[in-house]
Design a protein around this ligand. Structure first.
Ligand SMILES: [Zn+2]
Length: 182
């Protein structure tokens, strides 16, 4: 059963990785993540659904636009593959340790870290919309953890720390440390 959930999380991670590519590319420059659909930056042709399949689409196209043959960065399938693998690994470990209620929190943090690292690699500041959303999400996930583990002290600590020092990295590390029970 553990392996089943790991594979399920891996496939889910591939799809999330595809979404993260859109977030990394569009949010820092103020574009909508919903519209327009993904298109080739050179010729403007929409990416066809069958080529939008994570990793496989890029392989089928051999890293080139179907219409104008402009190269498509290998970073896109790499982000999808890494997100899928880490999702599978984290889920396997948590389900194996019988702490499956932590899976949503950890997967959120993995996704957030992928986005933060690549936006930093692109030399752009982390957009405030991502920071704000993450505060809300991390806090909600800490509530879930506190409920299951009766770890209200960790939640209280995170609340005080977040209020005292508003930095998303800080909130991230608090969430991770209160979850890991190190
Ligand atoms: Zn093109």
């Amino acid at each position: 059963m553990t392996a089943f959930w790991a594979v399920f999380a891996g496939v889910f991670g591939l799809a999330i990785g595809s979404f993260l590519n859109v977030v990394i590319y569009r949010v820092p420059v103020g574009l909508s993540i919903v519209r327009p659909p993904s298109a080739c930056p050179r010729c403007g042709h929409e990416i066809r659904n069958r080529h939008n399949v994570p990793v496989l689409g890029w392989l089928v196209l051999r890293g080139r636009c179907y219409d104008c043959k402009a190269p498509i960065s290998a970073r896109y399938p790499a982000v999808e593959a890494v997100t899928g693998l880490v999702f599978a690994g984290v889920t396997f470990r948590l389900v194996h340790d019988d702490r499956s209620w932590l899976v949503p929190a950890y997967l959120y943090l993995v996704a957030l870290c992928v986005v933060a690292v690549l936006i930093a690699v692109d030399g752009r500041p982390l957009p405030t919309s991502i920071v704000g959303t993450s505060y809300a999400a991390v806090y909600a996930l800490l509530l879930v953890d506190a409920f299951f583990e009766h770890a209200w002290w960790g939640l209280g600590r995170a609340t005080v720390a977040t209020a005292a020092r508003p930095s998303p990295h800080h909130a991230c590390s608090k969430a991770a440390s209160s979850n890991s029970k190190a």
